[in-house]
Design a protein around this ligand. Structure first.
Ligand code: 5IU
Length: 513
């Protein structure tokens, strides 16, 4: 593979010369390499790919310097010389490899240029897996065991590289090394090394600052600020879910009992066990406004459901007695209670909404639903409320995708939401969604609403699929509301849902039986 790389690496291929010429030429070449690197740094500064000021970083720490190498796509010459320098710098001493893969998105054009000019096959990592078709994480042609080199533009903590590393490894590729344009010297190299990945960088932040100072582009004060910042801010890996935590086992073919072993949450394990023991993956959604009606229905169907989902804020005659009776029914019939509160505020407010007010939700609801839109603070807020309770077996479902027509859940939002769920899987028991690809971990439970005996819709945007359809699309627990509550024969209908959902689940885990 490396022998093909002549076009890009010609300037450093000096290995067959006599030694005295070799070393002389090598130092000339190094001088010219360094000159070219310095001009590149100046150019990057000119095109605003390097900025100085006070910037909020993805990892939540303010920085006096910001790199936006995305702009290079508007400067093809800069993009070309950056890619060439990166390759010349690293290619002669790399571990053997069969493919290169740029970390999406900024490193994609860099990897593409290297791929074309050095004639080395490229792979592309999908940032979000397709909901349809082959559901591949990695695009391109490769065999299991092929070796892949990762290419990245700027490294801070190394978390983006590690996500690409994890997906490549999940697809069976062998990855030992990453090459990067800029190392911000904030712990990335050590973080990657702790996951068995070597990293080499074309230049460091210190080198960049020294060059810009030498060329009169920044003053000593800015250089000192950046140096001080580097020494103070060694950034830990925050959102990265290590490879070992993402089980390679496909949850769709695993039994609920097996999956109870995979979760970190007590309440998720309890739900898995209830489903297996009662042979039901039916969640009844009771959107009624009358507490007596709710209790009556719960006692009628309690034996056939694993989960009862309610909206406490629509009950007109709420009382503490109602909660006492509901909790007693849950115990008697062995189901859990899900308050479909869909929290969506900042941590401080959800902490109060969860534990205070007339409803004191955290004191009785095993589970709640949460919109991840505010970010991780919402999970911290809910957890903070629980710290004051002696009852610790509580959890939440994160709403990643909705069943309603025209919902605004974009692909990027869904990816970030799933990541949040994975990062907090001690408290997040699962994901509310419609498609199996959004629940990668067997320890997480897919909760799917929008279920009726037949496909259809209501007049306000709700969309329904059949029990078989949702289970095949990954639903572990199916939420049925009006499909049951508005049926003529409620018990008969509950039993029909229970049977059809359970049979679909059994077929999913053992397709040939
Ligand atoms: N629900 C949905 N869709 C969603 C989410 C929640 O329908 O995407 I998130 C709730 C709303 C209602 C129940 O409480 O699930 C479904 O009731 P019906 O089966 O009656 O439509």
């Amino acid at each position: 593979m490396l022998s093909k790389l002549c076009k890009l690496c010609a300037p450093v291929q000096l290995l067959r010369l006599p030694y005295y010429l070799h070393s002389k030429l090598q130092s000339i070449t190094m001088d010219s390499f360094n000159q070219r690197l310095k001009s590149l740094i100046v150019k990057l500064h000119e095109i605003n790919a390097l900025k100085f000021g006070n910037f909020k970083m993805k990892v939540g720490i303010n920085s006096p310097v910001y790199f936006d190498l995305r702009v290079i796509v508007s400067y093809p010459k800069v993009m070309g010389s950056l890619s060439r320098l990166l390759w010349e710098f690293s290619n002669s001493s790399l571990d053997p490899f069969d493919h290169i893969c740029g970390v999406p998105y900024t490193a994609l054009p860099i990897a593409s240029i290297i791929s074309v000019e050095a004639d080395v096959p490229m792979l592309i990592r999908r940032k979000e897996t397709k909901d349809y078709g082959t559901r591949k994480l990695i695009e391109g042609k490769f065999e299991e065991g092929d070796r892949c080199l990762i290419i990245e533009d700027v490294v801070t903590s190394g978390s983006s590289i590690l996500e690409t590393f994890r997906d490549l490894k999940t697809e069976g590729l062998s990855v030992t090394e990453a090459i990067v344009v800029v190392d911000r010297e904030q712990g990335g190299i050590q973080n990657l090394a702790s996951h068995g990945l070597k990293m080499r960088s074309l230049c460091t932040l210190t080198q960049i600052m020294n060059t810009l100072l030498e060329k009169g582009k920044v003053d000593q004060n800015t250089v000192d600020q950046v140096k001080n910042y580097i020494s103070l801010t060694q950034i830990p890996l925050k959102d990265y879910v290590p490879l070992k935590e993402v089980s390679k086992r496909n949850r769709l073919s695993m039994s609920f009992m097996d999956r109870a072993q995979e979760t970190k949450s007590l309440v998720a394990a309890k739900l898995f066990r209830i489903m297996a023991e009662k042979r039901t993956n039916l969640c009844l959604s009771m959107d009624t406004t009358n507490s007596m009606e709710l209790l009556e229905l719960a006692s009628k169907v309690g034996a056939h459901i694993c989960l009862l989902k309610i909206h406490i804020d629509i009950i007109k005659d709420f009382s503490k007695d109602f909660i006492t009776n509901l909790v007693a029914l849950a115990k008697e019939y062995n189901f859990l209670i899900l308050e479909d509160r869909k929290f969506a505020d900042i941590g401080h407010v959800v902490k109060l909404q969860y534990s205070q007010g007339v409803h004191e939700i955290s004191s009785w609801a095993d589970l709640v639903t949460v919109h991840p839109i505010p970010g991780p603070g919402i999970i911290s807020g809910l957890k903070a409320a629980l710290e004051e309770l002696s009852q610790q077996d509580r959890g939440c479902f994160i709403v990643v995708e909705m069943s309603s027509q025209g919902n605004l859940n974009s692909a990027d939002y869904k990816t970030a939401a799933v990541k949040l769920a994975m990062t907090h899987s001690d408290f997040v028991v699962g994901i509310v969604c419609q498609s199996s690809s959004l629940v990668p971990d067997p320890g997480l439970i897919q909760l799917t609403p929008g279920v009726k005996l037949d496909k259809g819709s209501d007049t306000l945007g709700q969309q329904y699929n059949s029990p078989e359809h949702v289970v095949l699309n990954g639903a572990d627990v199916a939420v049925v509301g009006r499909g049951i509550t508005e049926a003529q024969d409620i018990i008969g209908t509950v039993k029909e849902f229970q049977t059809r959902l359970w049979e679909a689940y059994e077929k999913r885990i053992s397709p040939n039986e």
